[in-house]
Design a protein around this ligand. Structure first.
Ligand code: HEM
Ligand code: SF4
Length: 572
């Protein structure tokens, strides 16, 4: 009988638990690349092979191979690094990568531009900082993100702890990572023989597709709970976490022109006690392992399993495996899927500064040397650093007496404490060009300029301090969660975007397609009058995403899977 499984299933199966020939490939000096199958396996180790797309034509003309390099993504559940770790991570950016660190939309770091001969060294340096990259990409449970700042209160700390415990529990058990990256050290048993690997949770086929978990502490939805496979909403009574509302089936990716693929907001599965939380994650994951689609990777995420099998059947199966029933979800209120910027004081009186980092890129440019500023702050040794899921950075745990010093350092490097507008503070763009092989259009390099142009209108209408969530991605995979933005741009072709409007400010409702294949200028021509109309006609406290629905600019996507329904494009 024909094997209908996707090619990736066979690659995983014959990989000897994620080894493939990665080790050998690293030693081949005649190419900057590694073998095709290994590029799929490398993702499970937290790295992607990429090439510099800006110089592709020039290299092709000279008959040179592409300018290959590697992206490395850290596993950083809870998103915290100490000052000492910061300094080590900064060194890696300088010596092995392209001189920048990037805070990702899922609250971890990425490095770009690491050439093959530096890859192992970079992995070892990450290990030296007591960090790793295991399962940061690939068909496994990925980095777990939790409500941004664990130092704000004991409740936040407990949620961040849970993210670390679940992350450890769901880690692949293969020793391939240590063997390949940490100096070829082979894991041996007591008799000195090479240990045979096994993956008790995953098996040799791992998951059908990536799997993402987040945790939030209401009222913040800074981790965008409805965008993820599994979510935990902490239910707090009298200052204590009494349990979690569990969500399942969120996800962003889709393919242009294929309505069988769609972004989906997660559904509430039920309520669990704190001591059930780890087992719940495991049993949801193993149900997806067994029920997920292994033939068509475009329909392999948990969101499609929930769509195809139904939420009730899924819940029943998880309860069977768990040996317990979920309770009824408890009431909760989320208010915003962005970050609270500026200074905040924690319950222990320490101070925390949430700093806007445009598109998460930590670098030095003339007049604005954020990377140097943060290095200097880390050298003081008085703070910790927390990454947010909106690509921003919290400089945390600052004693009151060091506040001024930190502000001074930032100022001396030209780094403003806040963004130029509330719209910019609520903006995110994925990496896209030149590194992402899937990008159809610019994103990180395009959004800042676009926002500058929108700021003229915001200023004229008195809306500079009104938060509007704007997100852009270079392709429909949706790494910056554009379908949960009040204004979303998704790349279609170089210079052309689909424009989506009408998502909820707190992140619970998807947007709707408003215009297709528009240039940046055309998008501005469409958006500016809408912003003006919003300024004049909005109700008290009404958000832009809600306004465009009330004003019948777009229909609301009320049901999680109705993204492609009721679309009336303005440029049809
Ligand atoms: C479904 C198909 C998807 C594919 C094939 C995909 C692939 C990629 C690739 C190749 C990159 C590397 C880009 C670079 O650094 O140069 C990337 C970045 C990233 N992706 Fe995805 N992605 C997908 C969907 C998503 C979704 C839905 C999310 C989040 C909900 C996500 C989160 C991220 C994050 C956090 C990064 C790091 C860079 C950033 O923050 O912009 N991805 N993705
Ligand atoms: S959204 Fe597309 S272009 Fe942007 S990083 Fe993700 S895969 Fe690349």
């Amino acid at each position: 009988m024909a094997d209908k499984r996707s090619p990736n299933e066979r690659i995983k199966e014959k990989s000897r638990y994620l080894r493939g020939t990665i080790g050998e490939g690293l030693t081949q000096v005649e190419t900057g690349a590694i073998a095709d199958d290994d590029t799929q396996l490398l993702k499970f180790h937290g790295s992607y092979m990429q090439d510099d797309r800006d110089i592709r034509p020039e290299r092709a003309k000279k008959k040179l191979e592409k300018a290959f390099s590697f992206m490395i993504r850290l596993r950083l559940p809870g998103g915290v690094v100490s000052s000492q770790q910061w300094l080590k991570l900064d060194d890696i950016a300088e010596h092995q990568a392209n001189g920048t660190l990037r805070i990702t939309t899922r609250a971890t770091f990425q490095y770009h531009g690491i050439i093959k001969s530096n890859l192992k060294r970079a992995m070892q340096a990450i290990n030296d900082a007591c960090l790793d990259t295991i399962a940061a990409c690939g068909d496994v449970n990925r980095n777990i993100m939790s409500s941004a700042n664990p130092f704000l209160s004991p409740v936040h700390a407990e949620v961040a702890d849970l993210s670390r415990v679940i992350s450890e529990h769901l880690l692949p058990k293969t020793s391939a990572y240590h063997e390949i990256w940490l100096d070829g050290e082979k894991v041996v048993d007591e008799g000195g023989k090479a240990k045979k690997d096994s993956e008790p949770l995953y098996g040799e086929h791992y998951l059908p597709r990536k799997f993402k978990i987040v945790l939030v502490v209401p009222p913040d939805n800074d981790a965008d709970i409805f965008a993820h496979c599994v979510g935990y909403i902490a239910i707090v009574e009298k200052g204590k976490i009494v349990g979690y509302n569990v969500t399942v089936g969120g996800g962003m990716g889709m393919t242009h022109g294929d309505e069988d693929t769609f972004p989906r907001t997660a559904d509430l599965l039920g309520f669990c006690n704190p001591d059930q939380a780890v087992a719940v994650a495991e049993n949801i994951m193993t149900t997806q392992r067994d029920w997920g689609n292994r033939e068509d990777r475009k329909r392999a995420r948990l969101k499609y399993t929930i769509e195809d099998r139904g939420l009730n059947a899924f819940r029943k199966e998880v309860e069977k495996r768990l040996g317990a029933k979920f309770g009824k979800p408890k009431p909760f209120k989320l208010t915003h899927n962005g970050d609270t910027m500026g200074w905040r004081q924690g319950t222990d009186k320490k101070w925390h500064l949430t700093l806007f980092v445009e598109n998460g890129r930590i670098k030095d440019v003339s007049g604005w040397s954020l990377r140097s500023a943060l290095r200097e702050i880390a050298e003081l040794g008085v703070a910790d650093f927390v990454l947010t899921g909106n690509q921003n950075l919290v400089i945390a745990n600052i004693p009151a007496k060091s506040k001024n010093k930190i502000e001074k350092i930032l100022k001396s490097h030209g780094v403003a404490l806040g963004a130029t507008s509330a719209m910019r503070a609520n903006s995110m763009a994925c990496v896209a060009l030149p590194t992402c092989g899937l990008a159809l259009a610019e994103s990180e390099r395009a959004l800042p300029g676009l926002i500058t142009k929108l700021e003229e209108t915001l200023e004229a209408e008195g809306l500079r301090d009104d938060a509007i969530v704007v997100r852009m991605t270079g392709c429909p995979n949706g790494c910056a969660r554009p379908y949960l933005a009040e204004i979303g741009f998704v790349g279609r072709n170089p210079g052309l975007y689909n424009l989506y409007l009408g998502a909820a400010f707190e992140g619970s409702r998807l947007s709707k397609l408003y215009a297709q294949d528009v240039s940046e200028d055309q998008a501005l021509d469409l958006l500016k009058p809408l912003i003006t109309q919003y300024a004049k006609e909005r109700n008290e406290g009404e958000r832009f995403g809600d306004f465009v629905i009330r004003a019948r600019v777009v229909a609301a996507t009320e049901v999680s899977n109705q993204f492609h329904k009721d679309v009336k494009r303005v440029n049809d």
